[in-house]
Design a protein around this ligand. Structure first.
Ligand SMILES: [Zn+2]
Length: 280
């Protein structure tokens, strides 16, 4: 494949910064979220405004998220994540910026990962600001809703369907365990919320130092990720995109590979001598 040759020579030059999106995690069984809200694309994404202002919307979010969390917590990195970590160990990738909130780059062994939209395995209190683990919250939610998962899991195996109103009404949310009253929110950037400016600045700095920018599994629909592609292109830094389907960044790219990531990335890693060790 001609485009794979071009991709190989770009990555072999080193100094690569990876920008990854939902498409990299679909092969780990994580639904292709349209954004960082933790709500899959066939639903209207939860906005920060609805979450904070509408108690019913918030209850619905946590009820579905309580079901969906088991899927995220049980997910393992796939061949694509392992190939990225392999490229990094081979010294070819300097940093990873990810739009994903699943933490799988880290599990696969990647370092210098900037989680642009936060992490689903951390929970923040909107009042006292304390961060706690989702594992801890999951334990508290199970205590507050002892039979909820068993009752609805049969019909909603991954939480990715609308729960009937009566199920939502029966779900009990919990408040911050530290200050006692604060509203809890997963530490991810919702629609209608902005990424912390310092985090964006770090990403721009990393991109500007890159020899090339490699986009993996993102359609670049939202400006949150696309702005880094635009910045790289403006600075004359080559952009390569591996994604299934076209993206909104294709016009800025020097190489586009339209193929499954779990196939292309191990091939790429093998071609540049950066095979991932088995069993990671
Ligand atoms: Zn609190």
């Amino acid at each position: 494949m001609e485009s794979l040759d071009a991709l190989t020579s770009l990555v072999a030059g080193g100094g690569v910064v990876v920008l990854s999106g939902a498409g990299l995690s679909t092969e780990s069984g994580i639904p292709d979220y349209r954004g960082p809200s933790g709500v899959a694309r066939r639903h209207t994404p939860m906005t920060f405004q609805a979450f904070t202002r509408d108690p019913l919307a918030r209850r619905r979010y946590w009820a579905r998220s309580h079901l969906g969390w088991r899927l995220i917590a049980g997910a393992a990195p796939n061949a694509g994540h392992r190939a990225v970590a392999g490229l990094q160990r081979a010294g070819l990738v300097d940093a990873v910026i990810t739009q994903n909130v699943d933490g799988l780059h880290g599990v696969a062994g990647s370092t210098s990962v900037i989680e642009l939209h936060g992490r689903l395995d951390e929970v923040t209190c909107l009042d006292c600001g304390n961060l706690t683990s989702r594992e801890e919250l999951d334990r508290r939610l199970r205590e507050a809703n002892p039979d909820f998962v068993a009752r609805v899991a049969g019909v909603n195996p991954d939480g990715d369907v609308d729960l009937p109103d009566e199920q939502v009404a029966a779900f009990r949310t919990v408040d911050c365990g530290i200050c006692g009253t604060g509203m809890l929110k997963p530490d991810v950037v919702f629609f209608g919320e902005t990424v912390p400016p310092q985090r964006v600045a770090r990403c721009f700095a990393v991109v500007e130092q890159a020899r090339s920018l490699l986009v993996l599994g993102s359609s670049l629909t939202v400006m949150s990720g696309r702005r880094f592609v635009i910045r790289a292109a403006k600075r004359g830094i080559p952009v390569a995109i591996v994604n299934q389907g076209s993206t909104r960044g294709d016009g800025h790219a020097t190489v586009c590979v339209d193929a499954p990531l779990g196939v292309v990335l191990p091939q790429l890693a093998a071609r540049v001598g950066a095979d991932a060790p088995a069993g990671v």
